[in-house]
Write a protein that binds this ligand. Structure first.
Ligand code: MG
Length: 326
């Protein structure tokens, strides 16, 4: 039996999750209130530092546990914003030292994937990871070590970043992905730049074009066309990977996996190849601590060990360098 805490702090969310033998007991979080200035890392880090103890306390209360019941603690090593990552790392390190429990540094993208796999009880999948910081198409490989290989990814900004940028430009309210979705309802399609290169894709040209169209066309039509074009690019790249790798299951994870239109489009594509699509409730696709706890539990159960001095942060920690030992 194992009870594990996970701490997530890579961007605007400070989250603490608790997992017991694969079951999520708590998933508490607080989110920096985003305004039209976007995210200023030092300010968000201050916010996390001020709220860390309270979120931890709430997670323990929710699961009816005390720190003495906890067997290990994991935290987000990266990728993410340095000052924000640092708060989670120091919180986890403090708990590890104080309660003499193992400490696990965790890749944020891997955690997004593993929680969706665990909630759906599946393993052999193609992954579409779409968020504010990343957009990648991934699948497990065992060479030269077990890890997620990146088959395709954005060559410039992420899909979430692109939608956020557009929403700010159009003066839409946060949260930006869902504001664009609302603005897009019942729009008409205008042709927009569409860039897929094999299984890679780019979004900056599309963003610039959409911004230039805004004074000329209605926000409704521009938002609709931007969203449809961007999601269609993800569908094409994912379809190519699905056929190349002969997978029968796709998971969609990360913050933008909360988009119902994206899920609908990927599901339509998958149905044509008799593949199934899985995702998680929105609570677990947004950044959260439970996903970090899920990976920390795998690490604990496979007897992984990290020296506390090696438990650092890495703002550019890529998922294809994260070794999987379970
Ligand atoms: Mg994320």
């Amino acid at each position: 039996m194992a009870i594990v805490i996970g701490i997530e702090s890579s961007a605007h969310t400070f989250g603490v999750g608790i997992v017991k033998d694969g079951r999520i007991l708590a998933n508490e979080k607080i989110m920096y209130p985003i305004n039209d200035t976007g995210i200023i890392p030092a300010k968000v880090a201050d916010f996390h530092a001020i709220n860390a103890q309270e979120v931890l306390k709430n997670a323990l209360l929710k699961s009816n546990l005390t720190m003495k019941d906890i067997d290990a603690v994991g935290y987000t090593k990266g990728p993410g914003l340095g000052p924000c990552l640092r708060v989670g790392q120091l919180s986890a390190k403090t708990l590890s030292l104080k309660y003499n429990i193992p400490l696990f540094p965790i890749n944020h993208a891997l955690a997004h994937i593993e929680i969706v796999k665990q909630l759906n009880n599946i393993d052999d999948v193609l992954v579409l990871y779409v968020s504010g910081g990343n957009s990648q198409i991934l699948a497990l490989t065992s060479e030269p070590f077990k890890h997620y290989h990146v088959y395709g990814e954005t060559l410039d900004i992420s899909i979430g970043n692109m939608l956020d940028n557009f929403a700010r430009y159009a003066k839409l309210k946060p949260a930006w992905g869902s504001s664009v979705a609302k603005a897009a309802l019942n729009g008409s399609y205008l042709s927009m730049p569409y860039t897929v290169k094999g299984m890679d894709f780019t979004f900056t040209g599309l963003l610039t074009y959409a911004e230039k169209m805004l004074p000329l066309q209605s926000l409704n039509n521009v938002a609709y066309s931007l969203q449809e074009t961007a999601f269609a690019m993800l569908c094409e790249a994912a379809e190519r990977a699905l056929l190349l790798l002969k997978k029968k299951s796709i998971i969609i994870c990360g913050g933008v996996a909360q988009s119902s239109r994206l899920k609908e489009m990927i599901t339509k594509m998958a149905e044509q190849h008799n593949a199934s699509v899985y995702t998680a409730p929105n609570e677990f696709n947004a950044d959260n601590g439970a996903m970090i706890a899920v990976v920390a539990e795998h690490m604990l159960k496979s007897n992984e060990h990290f020296d506390i001095d090696d438990c650092n942060i890495n703002q550019k920690y890529r998922i294809d360098s994260a070794k999987i030992m379970w």
